[in-house]
Design a protein around this ligand. Structure first.
Ligand SMILES: Cc1cc2nc3c(=O)[nH]c(=O)nc-3n(C[C@H](O)[C@H](O)[C@H](O)COP(=O)(O)OP(=O)(O)OC[C@H]3O[C@@H](n4cnc5c(N)ncnc54)[C@H](O)[C@@H]3O)c2cc1C
Length: 426
C-alpha cells in the first residue's frame, strides 16, 4: 500500500554540488528557509570590493568611439527600488560564500566541503559518490556544477551544443595605469560600455567597470575565424597582448590603447547550447550554468543562476513547501524553464546584434536600430517587473487544485504594457 506524501513543512538535508555563484546563492536561500545545507566543491577554493553603481549603457562607434546609442539608468533606483550594481565576479562570489557560511543571519551556517568532485548519484537512495571516495546522503540534491555539469548527465540531459562563431578574450586594465599613461579615464562614466556589435558583426568590445572603478574589465569579441579558443580553458597561462590586439586593426584608438596595457588575458570558451528539456528529475535539480548555459551578451548568466536560487529558496520555504520535494521541483521546472530559455535565446541574438540587448532593445530612435522582431525583444521591464512569488503561487494553485486570485500572469502584472508593445494578459 502506497503512502501519501506529508502535507507539512519539514527540514531537509540538502546537497549543493558546486560552490560557484549559483551554488552559494542557493545555499543562502535554503539556509534562510530553514534547511541544513552542505556545499560540495571540486576545487580547493582560495577565495578572492566594491561595486560600481551603473548610470548608463553606452554603445560606441567602432572606429571613432562616439556614442551611438545610450540608455540612461538614472531613474533605475526610482523605478525598480534598488540601484544597478556592477560587481567583479570574484568579489561577488566571496560575498556570497561569506554570507552562506557566517554565523550571523537566518538559519544554520552552510557547510562547505572542498576537494569533493561529484561522480555519481543514486536516485533511489539520494546518495552521492565523490571522486575522493566519500559517499554522502541527502534528501534534496541541487546540481550547481556549472557549464560542464556532471549532475546534468546523471539526470539524463545530454546537451546539444556547438562552438559559437564568435571568440572572446578577457583582460583587466587598472584605471590607475590608464590615467598614468594619459589615457581616457572610462571609470568616470560609471557605464557599461560597448564598441561595435551592430547587426551581423561578431566584433564587439565590452567594458565593465568594477571595484569602485579601480578595475576595468574588458571582454573582447571577434569572429572565430580570427582565433579559435573553443578548446582552451579559463585559468591557463595568460596570453600575450599581441594576440588580444590582432583582430582589431581599425578599432577606436582610445580603447585600443587601454587594451595595450591589459593584464590577465584569458580566453572565454563560447559554446551555444540548445535549451534543455527539463531542469529537475525526482529529488535532483539543476541550477545556473548547469541548467541553462547562455552566451554572455545579455549579462544574465549569473542573474539567472541567482533567480533559480531564489526560486528554490521560496519553493522550500515554510510558506510554500508542504513536504513533497517532487512537487516543489516540478514547480521549479515549470516556472524557470520558460524564463531562462527566453533569456538564453535573446543572449544568442544579441551576440551579433547589440540592438537586441536589453536596454538598447528599446532605443528605437537610434539610426542603426534594427531587430529581428520588435514585439519579441527582451526588455528591462520584463526582467525587473517579474514577481516570482506570484508566479509560484499561480503554478502551485493549479497543481493543488486551488484558485489563484492574484493579478499576475507568469509573474508579470496583468495589463502592464512592455516597451515592445506587448500587453500582459492580452
Ligand atoms: C568572464 C565572464 C564574465 C561574465 N560576466 C557576466 C555578467 O556580466 N553578468 C552575468 O549575469 N553573468 C556573467 N557571467 C556568467 C556568470 O559568471 C555565470 O553564468 C555564473 O557564474 C554561473 O554560475 P554557476 O554557479 O552556475 O556556475 P560556476 O560559476 O561555473 O560554478 C560551478 C562550480 O561547480 C564546481 N564544480 C564543477 N564540477 C563539479 C563537480 N563534479 N563536483 C563538485 N563541484 C563541481 C566548479 O568548480 C565551480 O566552482 C560571466 C562569466 C564569465 C566567465
Amino acid at each position: 500500500m502506497g503512502s501519501l506524501p506529508p502535507r507539512s513543512w519539514r527540514q531537509l538535508s540538502v546537497a549543493v554540488i558546486g560552490g560557484g555563484i549559483g551554488g552559494m546563492s542557493v545555499a543562502i536561500a535554503l539556509r534562510r528557509s530553514g534547511h541544513k545545507v552542505t556545499v560540495y566543491e571540486r576545487a580547493d577554493f582560495a577565495g578572492e570590493g566594491d561595486p560600481v553603481v551603473l548610470r548608463s549603457l553606452i554603445n560606441r562607434d567602432w572606429y571613432t568611439g562616439e556614442p551611438v546609442s545610450v540608455y540612461s539608468l538614472d531613474d533605475y533606483e526610482k523605478r525598480w527600488g534598488h540601484v544597478y550594481n556592477m560587481f567583479h565576479r570574484q568579489d561577488m562570489h566571496k560575498m556570497l560564500k561569506d554570507t552562506a557560511m557566517q554565523e550571523q543571519g537566518e538559519g544554520e551556517p552552510v557547510k562547505l566541503l572542498v576537494n569533493h568532485q561529484c561522480q555519481d548519484i543514486d536516485f533511489r537512495t539520494g546518495s552521492i559518490v565523490f571522486k575522493n571516495g566519500t559517499v554522502a546522503q541527502h534528501d534534496l540534491i541541487v546540481g550547481a556544477d556549472g557549464i560542464g555539469s556532471v549532475v546534468r548527465l546523471l539526470i539524463g540531459v545530454h546537451p546539444e551544443k556547438k562552438p559559437s562563431d564568435q571568440s572572446c578574450l578577457h583582460c583587466n586594465v587598472y584605471t590607475e595605469d590608464a590615467v598614468k599613461a594619459g589615457l581616457v579615464d572610462y571609470s568616470q562614466d560609471s557605464a557599461l560600455e560597448y564598441w561595435g556589435g551592430q547587426e551581423g558583426k561578431w566584433d564587439k568590445i565590452v567594458l565593465s567597470p568594477c571595484n569602485g572603478g579601480k578595475l576595468l574589465s574588458y571582454y573582447c569579441f571577434f569572429p572565430r575565424t580570427e582565433g579559435d579558443y573553443t578548446s582552451h580553458s579559463w585559468g591557463s597561462k595568460d596570453l600575450p597582448v599581441e594576440e588580444l590586439l590582432k583582430p582589431y586593426p581599425n578599432l577606436d584608438k582610445q580603447v585600443l590603447d587601454h587594451l595595450r596595457i591589459g593584464h590577465e588575458i584569458q580566453p572565454w570558451r563560447l559554446w551555444v547550447h540548445q535549451p534543455y528539456p527539463y531542469l529537475a528529475r525526482d529529488t535532483v535539480c539543476l541550477l545556473g550554468d548547469a541548467g541553462h548555459p547562455m552566451m554572455p551578451h545579455q549579462s544574465q548568466g549569473a542573474c539567472m543562476a541567482i533567480e533559480d536560487a531564489a526560486a528554490i529558496g521560496i519553493l522550500f520555504s515554510k510558506r510554500f513547501f508542504q513536504g513533497d520535494i517532487e512537487e516543489s521541483l516540478a514547480t521549479y521546472n515549470e516556472i524557470r524553464l520558460p524564463r531562462v530559455t527566453r533569456v538564453q535565446a535573446a543572449a544568442a541574438k544579441a551576440a551579433y546584434n547589440i540592438n537586441e540587448r536589453i536596454g538598447f532593445s528599446v532605443n528605437k530612435d537610434t539610426k542603426t536600430y534594427k531587430v529581428e522582431d520588435a514585439k519579441k525583444v527582451l526588455t528591462i521591464e520584463e526582467m525587473n517587473a517579474y514577481d516570482m512569488y506570484h508566479d509560484i503561487e499561480e503554478v502551485l494553485a493549479r497543481r493543488r487544485d486551488e484558485t489563484y486570485t492574484g493579478k499576475h500572469l507568469h509573474g508579470l502584472p496583468i495589463g502592464m504594457e512592455l516597451p515592445n508593445g506587448v500587453v500582459i494578459g492580452q
